[in-house]
Design a protein around this ligand. Structure first.
Ligand code: GSH
Length: 219
């Protein structure tokens, strides 16, 4: 497959963009990236994003024939159709990985609002609401449930690296940024993600960016 373009937001801030970017890298699917700097929306879609994406949001995967595929999880599914190992081989584990990925895609609004992804930032004294605490507890329960089934298969949520790890990778960075205390099994998974060479390439590129979003930096 040639000619794929993944349009993404700033690497420091765009958690939704990180997810399919990792899935494509982990699936060894060649693509070029096009970074669109995010900024305050002021209630209006960003024209630079609208030029690439009918939904007015990134990520968008532009296929060789020009088809524009939006939504991070849908792009992860597309990547897994090219590289089936991007979902676990075991059917039950695969179904659970899809459930957890869908829950991440649809939920955890308090966590996403109160602990925005900001790779460069370290703010361990961050104060959060009971709703965000509940999101963290639910995420820990999800991860622990998957790890209990996959411990013998490898260090990733379902043993081997899959789309569900990509869907939760930005959460590992949020816990790093805001100094969230985790159970040993959940911290071990975060450490696995944060040490991954492809994640580290994204993280370093984010650190090198000069764009800033002051509202996120002040959150
Ligand atoms: N549900 C979408 C969410 C995408 C999304 O909200 N992307 C943000 C950037 S992380 C965006 O494009 N925001 C538009 C803007 O900031 O102008 C997905 O999974 O891809």
């Amino acid at each position: 497959m040639t000619g794929l373009v993944l349009a993404i937001g700033n690497k420091n801030y765009s958690s939704w963009s990180m997810r399919p970017w990792l899935a494509l890298r982990w699936g060894q699917i060649a693509f070029t990236e096009q970074v669109v700097p995010l900024g305050p929306r002021n209630g209006q879609p960003n024209p630079a994003i609208l030029a690439l994406s009918d939904s007015g949001r990134v990520p968008v995967l532009i296929l060789a024939d020009g088809t524009r595929l939006h939504e991070s999880l849908a792009i992860g599914e597309w990547a897994a159709e090219q590289t089936p190992a991007l979902w676990p081989a075991d059917p039950v584990l695969r179904a659970l990985a899809r459930s957890a990925s869908a829950e991440m895609h649809a939920g955890f609004a308090a966590l996403r609002r109160e602990l925005p992804m900001n790779l460069r930032r370290r703010k361990p004294d961050h104060t959060i609401s009971a709703a965000a605490e509940a999101d963290i507890a639910r995420i820990e329960a999800l991860w622990q449930g998957l790890r209990a089934r996959s411990a013998s298969l490898g260090p990733w949520l379902c043993g081997t690296r899959s789309v569900v790890d990509a869907m939760f990778a930005p959460v590992a960075t949020r816990f790093r940024t805001y100094g969230t205390a985790l159970s040993p099994v959940c911290q071990a998974w975060c450490d696995t993600v944060l040490a991954d060479p492809d994640f580290r390439a994204w993280d370093q590129a984010g650190a090198a960016e000069t764009w800033t979003i002051p509202e996120t930096d002040a959150a």
